[in-house]
Write a protein that binds this ligand. Structure first.
Ligand code: C5P
Length: 413
């Protein structure tokens, strides 16, 4: 499973702008992300950009002059499961190799004793310099990981080695470096080899060729669940509505869909192929426009006041799943409610014949659409099984799998 807390350190190179995309990708992948920047990095990108992308204040100086609260750097480093330095300049590699701690980034780095991932970015001569290569070797010998640098056009005008690799490659490297929490050993084996179908994201219900009706689902939790299940050895098919997330590695199948009806067909097909578990984490639109206009609707023709007729979409859990359900299939639905959450979730569990329902309130503190953190309650038809703390979605997804495994094992014993 993916680890949760990533401290992204940005040092002063032009590739700092790409670190913004990396921060966004990490958040979308379900990591909780905080950022620290060197003084030079803040000359390339304003810390506010990272603050908005991650939802956390950015650590820039040791003296509390440019931040709202004084920062305990030991605590900040302790929080991080993984530190990613992207871009990593020659200067930062040198400081890390020798243990210099003269600014926020190098101090946090020295105070962190967990995994480190460097994504170097510099001029080709600086990269090839024996001093930099020696620093790289020292860090690698101490267990640090490196991704890149790659070859290509450098800001200094040459075409050579020194370019920071693309954010997607850094995210892939993060997934390789992250640690497996000891707690996942508790249910090790339960998910191994099980065939799991997970739906995620919103659906787009087309009005005309360019417009659609949708909702705010980010797909982060469904994707985190898929990544956690893959890490537990399950054979996972992910059916996804339109989202910006990258599909986790190691899936058995990935099926992108747009509308609720497409999702219903994809779920039916996946269940026919003998699934053991279905997780309906998608926020399927309840209604779709009754008619799909063949060409773009013209506002002048629609007039000043226009209303759209909608018709019910198939209820996948309520109507489609029963037609394709094998006796052994376990069904986990999701209930998102802003009022009477648990009562409504329990009622839904019965009405839709689910084995479990994961109840979540997007307005609760520490939860929400597009946010890295989340808080859920797991219920079965007899009542509450587990209430989580607010935690990053990646950690929550792994814990949810553990709780389900434990509950299943209790049921059998
Ligand atoms: O009844 P409600 O739509 O709130 O139930 C939510 C659960 O039902 C979620 O697991 C969702 O994925 C699923 N659902 C469905 N088909 C729909 C709408 C929601 O299976 N058309």
């Amino acid at each position: 499973m993916v680890s949760a807390n990533v401290l992204l350190m940005v040092t002063g190179g032009i590739a700092a702008y790409k670190a913004c995309f990396l921060a966004r990708l990490l958040v979308q992948a379900g990591f909780s992300v905080k950022v620290a920047m060197t003084e030079a990095a803040t000359r390339f990108v304003n810390p506010l950009t990272f603050q908005v992308l991650t939802g956390h204040p950015v650590a820039t100086d040791l003296w509390g002059e440019r931040q709202t609260e004084p920062l305990d750097h030991i605590e900040y480093s302790r929080w991080a499961d993984l530190v990613v330095i992207a871009p990593a300049t020659a200067n930062c590699l040198a400081k890390a190799a020798t243990g210099i701690a003269d600014d926020m980034v190098s101090t946090l780095l020295l105070a962190h004793d967990g995994p480190l991932l460097f994504a170097p970015a510099m001029n080709d001569k600086m990269w090839k310099h024996p001093a930099t290569q020696a620093n790289r070797t020292v860090l690698a010998d101490r267990g640090a990981s490196f991704v890149g640098p790659g070859e290509g056009f450098l800001a200094c005008g040459t075409n050579d080695t020194g370019r920071m690799v693309e954010p997607e490659s850094i995210l892939a490297a993060v997934r390789e470096v992250v640690v497996v929490p000891a707690s996942s050993a508790e249910n090790s084996g339960f998910w191994t080899g099980r065939k799991i179908v997970i739906t995620a994201g919103p659906t787009y219900e087309p009005i005309d060729p360019v417009r659609f009706v949708a909702n705010r689902s980010s797909g982060i939790f469904g994707y985190a669940l898929a990544a956690a299940a893959v890490a537990e050895g399950a054979r996972v098919t992910l059916i996804s509505g339109p989202v910006a997330n990258l599909a986790p590695r190691g899936l058995d199948g990935f099926q992108p869909v747009e509308s609720g009806r497409e999702m219903a067909d994809a779920v039916a097909a996946a269940l026919t192929a003998d699934a053991d578990w279905l997780f309906m984490a998608a926020a399927v639109a309840d209604f779709r426009p009754t008619n799909l206009a063949e060409s773009k609707l013209k506002k002048d023709e629609l007039g000043k006041d226009w209303s759209l007729n909608m018709v019910r979409n198939p209820d996948i859990l309520g109507e489609v799943v029963p037609l394709h359900r094998s006796v052994d299939l376990r069904v986990v639905g999701f209930a998102l409610e802003t009022d009477d959450l648990l009562a409504r979730a329990e009622a839904k569990c019965q009405a839709k014949n689910m084995d479990y329902v994961v109840a979540n309130d997007p307005t609760a503190p520490g939860s929400g659409f597009g946010s890295g953190d989340h808080q859920v309650t797991l219920l079965n038809r007899r009542g509450e099984v587990w209430a989580s703390d607010s935690a990053p979605k990646s950690r929550l997804a792994a814990e949810l799998l553990q709780q389900l495994a434990l509950d299943q094992m209790d049921e059998k014993s």
